[in-house]
Write a protein that binds this ligand. Structure first.
Ligand code: FES
Length: 130
């Protein structure tokens, strides 16, 4: 059973930059902007390659392999050849650290499939630092 996993101290996560972190669920990317944390698996939905060599244009990530574009504030795929959105992990800030729940998705994310697991929605946590 997956539990909340600490990723990093929030002081280690710069604003308005892409950062990549190794976790027990694999590499993830974090985009911290507007006082919110957007956390995704670091895998392109086109050919499942790492997104760690991607780059930012505004709030969008461009996959360097074939140029797919993803809105990092929603996960929405904005440009082919990818067709599926990125699906954000549920995240929360506790005691100065960012945690993710690897089996939970952010309710504001544009996931490729309907989100089915939301048992933590009523938990006493501060989701996405809000
Ligand atoms: S692998 Fe990312 S656009 Fe093709």
């Amino acid at each position: 059973m997956h539990e909340w996993t600490r990723v990093a101290s929030v002081s280690e996560i710069p604003a308005n930059q892409l950062t990549f972190w190794q976790t027990e669920v694999g590499e993830i990317l974090i985009y911290y902007s507007g006082d919110r944390y957007f956390v995704y698996p670091s895998r392109c939905t086109h050919q499942d390659v790492p997104l760690s060599d991607g780059y930012l244009v505004g709030d969008a990530l461009i996959c360097r392999r074939h140029g797919a574009k993803f809105d990092l504030k929603t996960g929405t795929c904005l440009r082919a050849p990818a067709r599926s959105n990125l699906c954000a992990y549920l995240s929360a800030v506790w005691d100065g650290s960012l945690f993710i729940h690897p089996t939970q998705t952010n309710e504001n994310a544009a996931c490729p499939e309907p989100m089915t697991i939301h048992s933590y929605r009523n938990a006493q946590v501060s989701v996405d630092g809000s």
